[in-house]
Each structure stands twice: as C-alpha cells, then as structure tokens.
Design a protein around this ligand. Sequence first.
Ligand code: ADP
Ligand code: MG
Length: 708
Amino acid sequence: MSNLIIKRPENIFGLFSSLLNINGVGEKKLRLLEKKIGPYIINLLFYLPIKSINRFKNTSLKNINHGEIITCEVEVIEINMQPYKFRNKNNISRIITFGLDEEKSIRLDIIYFGKNTQYLKNIYKVGNKIIISGKFESFNGLGQIVHPDYVLTDNQRGQIPKIEPVYPLFLGVNQKFIYKIINQSIKKIPNIPEWLSDKVVEEYKFSNWQDSITKLHNPENIADAELNSIYRKRLAFDELLANQISMLLIKNKISKINRNLSSKNNSQIIEKFYKSLPFKLTKNQIEVVNEIKKDIHDDKTMVRMLQGDVGSGKTIVALISMLHAISDGSQSVLLVPTEILALQHYNTVKNLLTPINMEVVLLLGESRSIHSKKERMEIINNIAEGNVKVIIGTHALISKKITYKNLSLAVIDEQHRFGVKQRYEITQKSTNVNILVMTATPIPRSLALTAYGDMDISIINEKPIGRQPIKTYVLPQSKINEVLLSMERAIKNGALIYWVCPLIEESENIDLIAVNERFDFLINYFPNIEISLVHGKQNQIEREKAINNFKIGKSKVLVATTVIEVGVDIPDATIMVIECAERFGLSQIHQLRGRVGRSNKESSCILLYKSQLNPIAHSRLKILKETDDGFKISENDLILRGPGEVLGSKQSGNIDFKFIDLHLHSDLIPVARDEAVNLLKNDNDHKKINTLLSIFENNEAIKLLKGG
Ligand code: ADP
Ligand code: MG
C-alpha cells in the first residue's frame, strides 16, 4: 500500500521540494544529503543539533582554559608559512597574533595544516585586526587555535551566532555547511495553520510549529536546543499527535465493517479438543481464552494484544482462539516471524489437531518452501477457496498473491518482529479481520500507546505449574573451560544444551565464521558427543534436521545464531550458553533464555562476556541475573537502550521518532490522544490533519483519512 502516490496539501509543497533548491547543494552534495538526512527540505529541518555552544562565553585570553571555545579580537603580528614539522604533520602555517582585549600582550597562535597558503594570505595580513572564534588549546605553554571556526573582520562580527547549534556530522559535510543549508531551509517554512487546540497551546505555553523548529536551529539560549527544551516538546507533541491520529485511523478502519458472525456452535469440537490436550490450561489461560472468545463473537472487530512472558503458554491460547474464530466456517491464520518458528508451530498444531480431524496448512516463502512448486500452488488455491481453515506461515501469508476466502482472525506471534504496516496489511485480506497480537516482551503502557494506539490487552501472568526459575550466571569468557567442564557433566546426566553466538546484521558472513568456528571447536572438544549447528543461511532441510536431532536428543548441543531467539520450544533443553552476551539487548537475552525452563526440570543460563567489559555493560547483564521478570527487563532496556530495543523496531521499522524522547515526553501521550480524538471528530479539521500527517510522512494514515 505504500507505493501509492500521496498528494500533499499545497501549502507545504515547499517543505517537500528538493535540496537542490538550496544554495551550495549540487548533485554531489545532494546524493550525500539524501543518503544521510533525506531528500527534502523537511528532512533538513528535522535534522536536529545534538547540543549548542555559547561562542561568547569566553572573550578574553586571560583566564581561558584548554579546550574551551573563545571568541576574541586579535591583531596579526607575524605570519609564518615556513613548512615545518608539527604534531607529525608537514605543511603547517603559524600565524602569530596578540589579543586585543584588556591584556593586549597575550599571544595566540593560529595554526593551519595543509598547503593552501594563498587562501591564508588573503585573510591574514600583518597589522590587521580580526575576530577569531574557535577552540582554545594550550600547547607547549603557548595558546593556540587550530583551524578556527570563524575568522572575520570587525564589521562581520554579527555573522557569528551567539549560541551555535552543533550538528552530528558525516564524511563530506562540516558544521558550517549544515548550519548554512538548514538556515536556508528555515526561510522556506510556509505559514501553517495551528492544529493544536488553544487549550493545549496555553497549558504548555507552546510556540507555533514554525517558531519552534526555527528556535531549535537558532537557539537564543543553550537550553533552547536541548532535549527538554520547550520547542522540542512542542514538536514532540506534534509527532505524538500525528502518531495517535494514525493509530486511531487504522483502528477505525479495522473495526468499521461489522461481521455478522453467526456463531454456529462448535463447542463439541472444542470440547473434544480440550479433552485431547496433554495438559490442562491454567486458570489464567482460560480467562484469556474467554476474553478473546467474547471479542470474536461480539459484533465489533477485535484488536487485542496478548502479553505473556516467554514460556507462559501463548501458543495454545492462540490455537483455541483460532478454533473459536473458524466456528462459522471462516479462516484463521497464525503469522510468525521466522521459518523455524512457523515449522515448529505447524508441527505442534498438527499434532494437537489430529485427534479432532482438523486440517492445518503451512505456507512459507516461495524460495524457502519445503513444498514443491505444485504442492505450494495447491495450498495457495486451498486457501483462496476456503478449503483450509487453520493456516500457519511467515510473511508469505500477507504477500499480494495470497487471497483468502474468508479470513476472520489473524494471530500475530512475536509482534515485535512485525511493523504496523504488516499488521495493517493482514487486515486488508478480508472484509473484517480480528487481530490478536502476541508478545513476550511486555511493553510499558506509554510505549504501547504510541506503537499500537489503544489495543485491548490480555495478560498471562502465571507460568504453567511446576516450572522452576532459571538460574542465570554472568561469567567472563576466560571462564569458558569451567563452563565446558560442567557442560560435560550435564550432558552425561542427559541435558540438552543451546549454545548461542551473536549475529550482527552488518557482517553476517563474519558472524557465520564465528558460529562455524565455535561449532568446530565444540566438536573437537566433545569428540564423542553429537553436536548440531543451525543458522539463517542454511537451507530448510539442513536446518530442520539440525533442530530435530536436537529435539529428539540425538545431538546434545545445538550451536545456533539468534535464529532460535523467538518461540523455539524444546522442553527437554535445560542449559543455554550465550556468548558475547554484551552484544545483545536485555530483552533479547530474556527471550533467548526463555528457550530453557520450559519443563519442570531445573534450567540454567550462562551469559559469557568478553573480558574487560565496562562496568555499565556489566551491571546491565547483572539485571538478568537478578530478575526473571520480563517487564522489569524491558523497562531497563527502555532506560538503557531506548524504545527501538523494546519494540524491536530495528527489525520491523515500527517506530522511528524524530522529536519524541519517551523518557521526557511520555506524560504528553494521553494528552495527544485526546487531542487526536477531538481533531478527528471535526471534518473541518481534516485539512489540518492532512498537513500534520504529511509533515511527519504518515502516508499510510493519510490514505485512510481520504478514504474514510
Ligand atoms: P510462549 O508463551 O513462549 O509462546 P509456548 O506457547 O511455546 O510459550 O508454551 C511453552 C510450553 O509450555 C510449551 O511446551 C507448551 O506446550 C507448554 N504449555 C502451555 N500451556 C501449558 C499448561 N497449561 N500446562 C503445561 N504446559 C503448558
Ligand atoms: Mg511463543
């Protein structure tokens, strides 16, 4: 749905014009800026300074300290362009000046590296008085500035900003350039009607949008450009508002068309199913099933999140919900993020449904499918014609080619691996699709609101009976021999062990080497024990064989990358070793750790870290040792690593805020929500909403605004 062309309101065309319209930006710079900042003027305006500096805090050479910024007037005394060696560099020029403040005799050397002496000769002439601004250094007892930021004549003094924003840089641009092009962009900001209510503007003493963005780039005080500045708060509010409006629009769209579920009673089937289950549902699971059942049979469309820590037993709840949903002859899908998980769920569900003679199909991506082309076509046809009711699969389930006869429930497992867009797309597959998203990473309320709007929430907060807490150890890599020794003992006693090596996307090949090396190492170390290897680059057959051998206990150790992070359920595995644990997010480790402790046997998790870990990183890992509470862990991730980690938006592109800092601005969320509700009520406000959504490029939502 994102390839549709969006028509933006005319009054903000300028904000979306090309950066080529800016002086100093040619084709080459354009390519660079497009890559790093974005293609439009608005992207430049949203490129925020990381701090600001007061250039006029120090104006005298008398009491200046090493490393401080100084702006002062000096007189050029001597120009020395003889090349000589200095800090291991040749070709340096030294211009000797004297300060012109109250201590006229203090010497300040201006140093330049490089060969272009002509340029220097043009600006420096003996006897001239100039204004210099730059970082003061004290070097061998002499005061100096290397490559000053500003060199101006007295009447150009005004060109030095009093408070100067400092932008993050990248190769090919410098501060002056960014500052210059952003200030040109500011001049292009049109007049935009206020979308906030008077009440909110007054309550928070907000300036308007234009002024707020201008002040962030042209601060009058150091505080203006800081994270908690009022200008930034205003823009964060706007961003939250746009976010909440989008959530409401998507939710309205989803729950607009009412399905008339003639809940034909299939309680017999479900009763039979309960009887065939190898265990009894916990009280908590039953409560949640009832909540979902009620939603499904009610004439509103469900948008519900099921939270339950790793191992709490969400899959079975999903399956029973699916059975309820298909009671009127419709279809239901279980959407999962990885093939391993899809296959596992498929096998589990197939076993569970066999006693009640219910069919289930698996659909994977074309290239990865375990089915032949012909088989796959047949599955797709059966889905389209409604011959199969229970469907499990990966992203393939939302691909354009797949159609459904009548889809009534989509369960999305491990929601943090999916984006808003995918959740939305699955709802487009039929006229009215109930949504159940499942997550093991509990999301703080504020974050949940920004990521999902107001979903209903069900919580499983007890684990199946008999589970023992997982013992967690945090050890330096140097202790690996002790770990290996205790592994050996454990294997003799029948343990199955996961050994996880980190995988970092940027260099998958290098990471694979690490996994393979560890695999070889362990094979050598345990010559009489079978060990399996699993990673993302294997083909389906190899991978399934590896996991299956481990599952049935033929191999005792499964060396793996994070492909096993989500969902993998092998109750007999009781030990988890994670190497380079410091490279993972806490919630991610919590997920990984959740692969053990899935039966009533005692389990343990060993977190190995590279020696010389800094104290903060070390104490971070220790949080995992101290608590098994996914909620606490995810809050710590939020504090330490930001929302991307908690929502898993790195994979899913869920949330990419420009102004919002959830620590600082979370109290604005409910206010923004109310504001969003009010704005949407009034049709006359739709133009304003369109402008706001366009500015934040919430294109998906704009389409809903127009359509609805
Ligand atoms: P998660 O919530 O992490 O997805 P799963 O649904 O994979 O957890 O369940 C973890 C394990 O617990 C599975 O082996 C499942 O069969 C088992 N399980 C689920 N519910 C119960 C229960 N009520 N009693 C005993 N075992 C259960
Ligand atoms: Mg699961």
